[in-house]
Design a protein. Structure first.
Ligand code: UD1
Ligand code: CA
Length: 455
């Protein structure tokens, strides 16, 4: 089958410089949701009709499998599909989707396509309590005979509550003929795709319909309000799926997944967490309130405590991270590591059982096993021009408020005294420190305030 995605419309009500179909839903452009759903149907061709926003839209959506048809000017949905015709395989049916209707499911579309087969026209329709604005499905003796746009409809037709979602599937050669016969003789002076329905009926082609599993599948985005509503619907679906898989969510209404979240057994997630990219959480792990986690793997039994930000990292089993930790890209923590409050790490590997519990920066560092990093330890990894590595071997003990001026190495079992500025390697199993001698000035007296001069 062919899939045509209509994405040329302006989206004036978004009040934005960004083309409407590029506004993100769950971190991904609206149009990308539609493209992904189209791909899931395994079509032979996907054609996107673009116009408003021009090349910006083309550049934002990736895929060698996509064909692009420019619609300029935009003279209606029928005109839009006409622009796609040269790209279509006439031997298979064509499914028309909208780039601003992102929640339609694979199952619903598969059902529509199946009911239309190779030679029928299929419409996805839905019954709405308030059908205002939509095209109405007009039936005679139960059979669909035409679609009438709201603006062209009389009062009796406007009373019909079954509406056209805009999604349809049609035999392609016939569709091309029907489109050729369209006129702009209507209130909006546009080429209406919906007018092909009456032509098909005239041609004695059967018109069938399918319903979505849920009415929300057919909602479009025309404003920021609707975008936010669809975001919640989408997130609610994700939360429901996670709970069905056994994840404990403190509140399914306070979860945001902008990518793929894969959880093991007995994972629990507290409120207000945001997951981006691909995040994998192992069995029995927990994520505290207000964490943001992107492209990260979290080992079994790990605890991520509140207010932690993690990007592009790997957390070992039974590790304890946070509260208030910031793990930047390239952080790789072994089993049972502890990273505490106000600790920042970047491009740093820390092996099993090591701890950095308070107020530290570790960048471009390799830390061995069972190392203790004291409070306030900082790796000086950047000399203003280049980054350098720090290596801290197994069982080392780094005293508080130490600066490790990279490149530098701390040997196995070495101890650094508190307050050390380490500029040369520290040998194994020895105490190394750099500290000025402590002195007490016996003769010193604290100054006292002079009495104010009388005036
Ligand atoms: C359309 C349908 C209506 C249906 C409604 C569902 C027609 C004539 N009407 O109306 O029956 O109930 O959708 O939401 O088809 N587009 C283009 N080029 C154009 C015009 C539109 O690409 O020249 C795209 C838009 O970007 C959008 C989609 O087509 O993705 C629908 O356009 P829109 O203007 O929203 O159609 P409606 O008037 O709402
Ligand atoms: Ca619309």
């Amino acid at each position: 089958m062919n899939v045509v995605i209509l994405a040329a419309g302006k989206g004036k009500r978004m009040r934005s410089d960004l083309p409407k179909v590029l506004h993100p839903l769950a971190g991904k452009p609206l149009l990308a949701h539609v493209v992904d759903c189209a791909r899931s149907l395994g079509p032979s061709r996907i054609v996107i009709v673009y116009g408003h926003g021009g090349e910006t839209v083309v550049r934002a959506i990736e895929g060698d499998d996509l064909r692009w048809a420019l619609q300029e000017p935009q003279l209606g949905t029928g005109h839009a599909v006409m622009q796609a015709l040269p790209h279509l395989d006439p031997a298979v049916p064509t499914l028309v989707l909208y780039g601003d209707v992102p929640l339609t499911t694979h199952e619903t579309l598969a059902r529509l396509v199946e009911s239309a087969g190779a030679d029928k026209l299929g419409l996805l329709t839905v019954e709405l309590a308030d059908p205002a604005g939509y095209g109405r499905i007009v039936r005679e003796g139960g059979r669909i005979v035409r679609v009438v746009e709201h603006k062209d409809a009389d009062a009796a037709t406007r009373a019909i509550r079954e509406v056209n979602t805009g999604i349809m599937v049609a035999p392609t050669a016939a569709l091309a003929r029907w489109l050729g016969a369209l006129s702009t003789d209507n209130v909006q002076k546009e080429y209406y795709l919906t007018d092909v329905v009456a032509t098909a009926v005239h041609d004695r082609v059967a018109v069938v319909s399918a319903r979505p599993a849920d009415a929300s599948e057919t909602l479009g985005v025309n404003s920021k309000r609707q975008l936010a509503e669809l975001e919640r619907i989408f997130q609610n679906r994700v939360a429901t799926r996670l709970m069905d898989e056994g994840v404990r969510l403190a509140d399914p209404a306070r979860l945001d997944v902008r990518g793929e979240l894969v959880c093991g057994r007995d994972v629990s997630i507290d409120v207000n967490c945001v997951f981006e990219g691909r995040v994998v959480i192992g069995d029995g792990a927990s994520v505290g309130a207000n964490c943001v986690i992107r492209d990260t793997r979290i080992g079994a039994g790990a605890q991520i405590l509140p207010f932690t930000l993690i990007e592009d990292s790997s957390i070992g089993a039974r590790a304890r991270i946070g509260p208030y930790a910031r793990l930047r890209p390239g952080t790789d923590l072994g089993e049972e590591t502890h990273v505490g409050n106000f600790v920042e790490m970047k491009n740093t590997r820390m092996a099993a059982g090591s701890k950095a519990n308070h107020l530290s920066y570790l960048g471009d560092t390799v830390v061995g096993e069972r190392v203790n990093i004291g409070a306030g330890t900082i790796t000086c990894n950047y000399d203003g021009a280049n980054k350098h590595q720090t290596v801290i071997e197994d069982d080392a003990f780094i005293g508080s408020d130490t600066q490790l001026v990279a490149p530098v190495r701390v040997g196995r079992g070495a101890t650094l005294g508190a307050g050390t500025t380490l500029t040369r390697d520290a040998p194994e199993h020895k105490l190394t420190m750099s500290r000025t001698q402590q002195t007490t000035v016996e003769s010193w007296k604290r100054p006292v305030k002079k009495p104010a001069a009388k005036s």
